[in-house]
Every structure is written in structure tokens, then in C-alpha cells.
Design a protein around this ligand. Structure first.
Ligand code: ADP
Ligand code: MG
Length: 240
């Protein structure tokens, strides 16, 4: 579903992604972890071209995303993105946040988009909040709305960039639960997170990056019990 071929990215003379070769198969859940500043956000943002790449290729569901001819609206409909800071539209109700793209990008009619939005809100446990505004919701609730919003486009892939890092500890579980249900439903997911419990329980593979390089890519059992590099061992001592 996703393939990185020798991907490089420079910000000026900073080499942020250094020869990334990675594959995420359909239905796989890949957790990306690594120290702050290692390139995790840049990596995941290249998949739906929130960041361009300097060199190499990224293929998503048969589309070369870095090709200038690629339709970015179509790409982003296929690839949902959940941000650390939710990024809901503050002036729109929960329902309108979720229906905006299906109506404007996909041309869905309003009634159908709303019916689908209510279904998705039920899935994330927030149907009763459909008329609320983001500021009236807790962080955990806002993030669950953001996930529902991503799913409203019927994506083939969902990307998450530290979705629980901005949350109070008591709200982390409710968001991880929604993500776990999504994983169990067969969604292809790339998740940047420091939640190693989630990685252990839900991920098919854990990718560890440092200084823009993939240092480890292994099943969670292997990664947690026997990380191969000193860098990953050090990282795990800090986060576990
Ligand atoms: P992580 O998500 O692992 O913390 P990032 O991908 O955000 O890492 O950043 C990787 C490196 O790239 C960092 O050194 C960061 O300062 C730098 N960086 C990120 N975005 C930009 C940008 N838009 N311009 C210049 N440097 C950036
Ligand atoms: Mg980041």
C-alpha cells in the first residue's frame, strides 16, 4: 500500500530523511518511533505530500505521490491524516467538521454526508456531540472527532502523527481504543507514537528512526525484547 524507495529529504543543508526504504502492506499497522527531531513527522507527512521529498520515490496504492502530475486532493482523500493538535475547524460544529471534505472534495450530498458522519461519530462514541463546537470538547473527544473526520473520506490509509501527545493522561486510552478498533477493522495505518503499549499490542511492525535513517524494522516482540542497535536500546530505556 505504501512504499518508500531510497527517499531523501533536505531542509537546506539538514539531511532530514536519509535513504528511507520502507514498505507498509495493505492492512498492516506500522508504528514509527524514535527520538525527538529524528524525522518522524517529516517521514509520515511525505506520504500525503504535506512535505515534498528531495529524492527517491513514494508509492501509495499504485500512485507515485511525488510526481508533479499527482492530484493531491485525490491523494489526500485516500490517505487520512490525524495531527497531534487535532486541527479541527473551530468555527464549525462537529458534524460540519466531518462533512466538509466529503461535500466539498467528493461532491457528496449533504444528507448522505451527515448520515455517514453520524455513523462515524457512533463508532468513536461521540454521536451525542454532533452539534457541539470543538472548544466545547475535551482533547480526547476532539481527537476522536478528528479521526472520524479522516475516516469520512473513506481512506485506504490512515496516518497518525503523535495523536495522543497533546492529551491529558486520562484521555489517552480512549483515543488509543478508537485506533485499535480501526486497526482491527483492517485499516492500513502508519502511526508515529511514543505509546509503546500500543505498539506492542497493535502494531505488526515497529520502525525505529534516528537522524533520518531507519535503524530497525521488526515485529514488536522482537523490537522490544532484542533491539539490535545501541540507539534503539537507549531510546527504549527512556520511554519504557
Ligand atoms: P520528529 O517528528 O521526529 O520530532 P521532524 O520530522 O519534525 O522530527 O524534524 C526533523 C528535523 O527536521 C528536525 O531537526 C527539525 O528541526 C527539522 N525540520 C522539521 N521541519 C522543518 C522545516 N519546515 N524547515 C526546516 N527544518 C525542519
Ligand atoms: Mg514530530
Amino acid at each position: 500500500m505504501i512504499r518508500f524507495n531510497s527517499v531523501h529529504k533536505w531542509f537546506k543543508d539538514l539531511h532530514v530523511l536519509n535513504d528511507i526504504n520502507l514498505e507498509v502492506k495493505a492492512g498492516e499497522v506500522v508504528v514509527v518511533c524514535g527520538p525527538s527531531g529524528s524525522g518522524k513527522s517529516t517521514l509520515i507527512r511525505t506520504v500525503n505530500q504535506l512535505e515534498t521529498i528531495s529524492q527517491g520515490e513514494i508509492w501509495v496504492d499504485g500512485v507515485n505521490v511525488a510526481d508533479p502530475k499527482t492530484d493531491l486532493n485525490a491523494l489526500r482523500a485516500e490517505v487520512g491524516f490525524v495531527f497531534q493538535h487535532f486541527n479541527l475547524y473551530p468555527h464549525l460544529s462537529v458534524l460540519d467538521n466531518i462533512t466538509l471534505s466529503p461535500i466539498q472534495v467528493k461532491g457528496m450530498d449533504k444528507a448522505a454526508a451527515e448520515a455517514r458522519a453520524v455513523q462515524l461519530l457512533e463508532k468513536v462514541g461521540l454521536a451525542h456531540k454532533k452539534d457541539a463546537f470543538p472548544a466545547q470538547l475535551s482533547g480526547g473527544q476532539q481527537q476522536r472527532v478528528a479521526i472520524a473526520r479522516g475516516l469520512a473520506m473513506d481512506p485506504r490509509v490512515m496516518l497518525f502523527d503523535e495523536p495522543t501527545s497533546a492529551l491529558d493522561p486520562e484521555m489517552i486510552g480512549e483515543v488509543l481504543k478508537v485506533m485499535k478498533d480501526l486497526a482491527l477493522s483492517g485499516m492500513t495505518m502508519m502511526v508515529v507514537t511514543h505509546e509503546m503499549g500500543f505498539a506492542r499490542e497493535v502494531a505488526d511492525r515497529v520502525v525505529f528512526i534516528d537522524h533520518g535513517q531507519v535503524l530497525e524494522s521488526a515485529a514488536p516482540a522482537e523490537f522490544f525484547s532484542a533491539p539490535r542497535t545501541e540507539r534503539a536500546q537507549q531510546f527504549l530505556r527512556q520511554v519504557l
